[in-house]
Write a protein that binds this ligand. Structure first.
Ligand SMILES: Cc1ncc(C[n+]2csc(CCOP(=O)(O)OP(=O)(O)O)c2C)c(N)n1
Ligand code: SF4
Length: 272
């Protein structure tokens, strides 16, 4: 199938600004699903609210557009009810790390088989450029005209520390790497968190004088290195990309089914 076969053309043109990275992420996700050969009926894409969260509207799978920050809670309900489905959750950095931060850490702790794709553009795009928990210290936003005094999360470390069994980071510049990482994340049986560093030229780029979308993507090229690169030792400010964690651990929806069977067995034998 071609990329257009996975798109709901009736909802085009899409809402994203020219140069926004969210479309590149959507293209990467479609290519990963296509390469995996998944049937459209097997895939559910669930989002909250935000520019990034508009994605399910354009994708021709089973989709849900829910509440800001709560996508993982809805996704967990779907996965528990229909564990055979592949559930993918596109999120913004505000959606995932601010209002939805609690859902993120607990989904990771439980190791439920969901794929969280966090589009980190370092800002709240949809609501006009407020700073998010991923805005770097000192950077500007509409709510921090002189620079934020908050320190940003390292989303990879947060997911690792919370128990996610697949944790990765890539950028919208590194599209081939993005497709291969998203594909592995979907294949992985357990909670996967993929941070994709992406550009919001309209707010974060403009407020911080980072140039246009191409300039911002050049920055992703120059400011990141593959995990284990020697350059990182010399220039510690470089951000690492790649797969940080890939481990097999008991998956939550499967453990729950096993637990149910065990309880039902006890009931039929009259055990407590
Ligand atoms: C409960 C609730 N609080 C706040 C909002 C307003 N709101 C909508 S989207 C958004 C932030 C979006 O930023 P992010 O999640 O980073 O995604 P982006 O738009 O940058 O892709 C906010 C605060 C809302 N819709 N619901
Ligand atoms: S405001 Fe930013 S995040 Fe939202 S569509 Fe425009 S460029 Fe993308």
């Amino acid at each position: 199938m071609a990329v257009r076969d996975y798109i709901r053309k009736r909802f085009f043109p899409q809402i994203w600004c020219p140069g926004c990275g969210h479309g590149t992420v959507m293209g990467g996700l479609i290519r990963a699903i296509e390469q995996l050969g998944l049937d459209k009926n097997e895939v559910v894409v669930i989002s909250g609210i935000g520019c990034s969260s508009r994605m399910p509207g354009y994708l021709d799978f089973h989709t849900m557009h829910t509440l800001h920050g709560r996508a993982l809670a809805f996704a967990m309900g779907v996965k528990m009810g229909r564990p055979e489905l592949t559930v993918i959750v596109p999120m913004g950095d505000g959606d995932a790390a601010a209002i939805g931060g609690n859902h993120l850490i607990h989904a990771a702790r439980r190791n439920i088989d969901l794929t969280a794709i966090v589009m980190n553009n370092s800002i709240y795009g949809m609501t006009g450029g407020q700073f998010s928990p991923m805005t770097p210290f000192g950077d500007k936003a509409t709510t921090a005209p002189s620079g934020t005094i908050d320190h940003a999360f390292d989303l990879v470390e947060l997911a690792k520390g919370s128990g996610a069994s697949f944790v990765a980071r890539t950028t919208t510049y590194h599209t081939k790497e993005m497709i291969s990482i998203v594909l592995k994340a979907i294949e992985h049986q357990g909670f996967s968190m993929v941070e994709i560093i992406t550009q919001c030229p309209t707010y974060y780029g403009r407020k911080n004088k980072l140039g246009n979308a191409v300039d911002m993507m050049k920055h992703f090229k120059e400011g990141t290195v593959p995990i284990g690169s020697k350059k990182k030792a010399k220039y510690p400010q470089l951000i690492e990309r790649g797969i940080f964690v890939e481990e097999r651990r008991p998956e939550y929806s499967a453990s729950y089914l096993q637990f149910l069977k065990k309880c039902q067995g006890k009931q039929s034998t009259g055990e407590n």
